[in-house]
Design a protein around this ligand. Structure first.
Ligand code: CMP
Length: 142
């Protein structure tokens, strides 16, 4: 499956606003297949660990507060060259800079409350997928 899957999260802003279904439909329309999905409300410790790479950034505390402000929806998505394909589909971090037709342009509020997360490498896709899902929970292509 390496190279063909990535991890996304419909973040608390979008999930709380009832946009998860539209975001999933948008991504399915672009050929992404959902291999695993769940709804959960992350603890401070979980969000802090997930975003540990940003620990020294000035926005880290605010990011952890935001990501624990309500339920979110992590999913493992499959598509050829999934990491690059999903990053192109979601657009720039700041929705004001995101291209037309991208998830963040369509559904995000701000640079922090930006609707969706996507892994930035195959290595992180694996780390992030196993952060949220047991291997047995990830549908295998048949
Ligand atoms: P994500 O792709 O999940 O990766 C890290 C997150 O930190 C990012 O989306 C935004 O939600 C947030 N983020 C990144 N840069 C900034 C910033 N300059 N100010 C506030 N939040 C940010």
């Amino acid at each position: 499956m390496a190279g063909n899957y990535t991890l996304t999260i419909v973040k608390p802003d979008a999930f709380g606003a009832g946009k998860a279904g539209k975001i999933i439909a948008h991504l399915e329309g672009q050929g992404f297949k959902v291999l695993a999905a769940r709804v959960l409300h992350m603890s401070q410790a979980e969000a802090g660990e997930f975003y540990a790479v940003h620990k020294e950034r000035p926005f880290y505390g605010s990011l952890v507060s935001f990501m624990t402000s309500g339920p979110c929806m992590p999913m493992v998505l499959e598509k050829a060259d999934a990491v690059a394909a999903l990053r192109a589909a979601i657009g720039a971090t700041d929705p004001a800079e995101a291209a037309d037709g991208t998830v963040r342009k369509l559904f995000a509020e701000s640079k922090e409350r930006n609707a969706i997360h996507a892994s930035d490498s195959d290595e992180n896709a694996q780390r992030e997928a196993t952060f949220f899902f047991a291997t047995t929970e990830i549908l295998r292509a048949r």
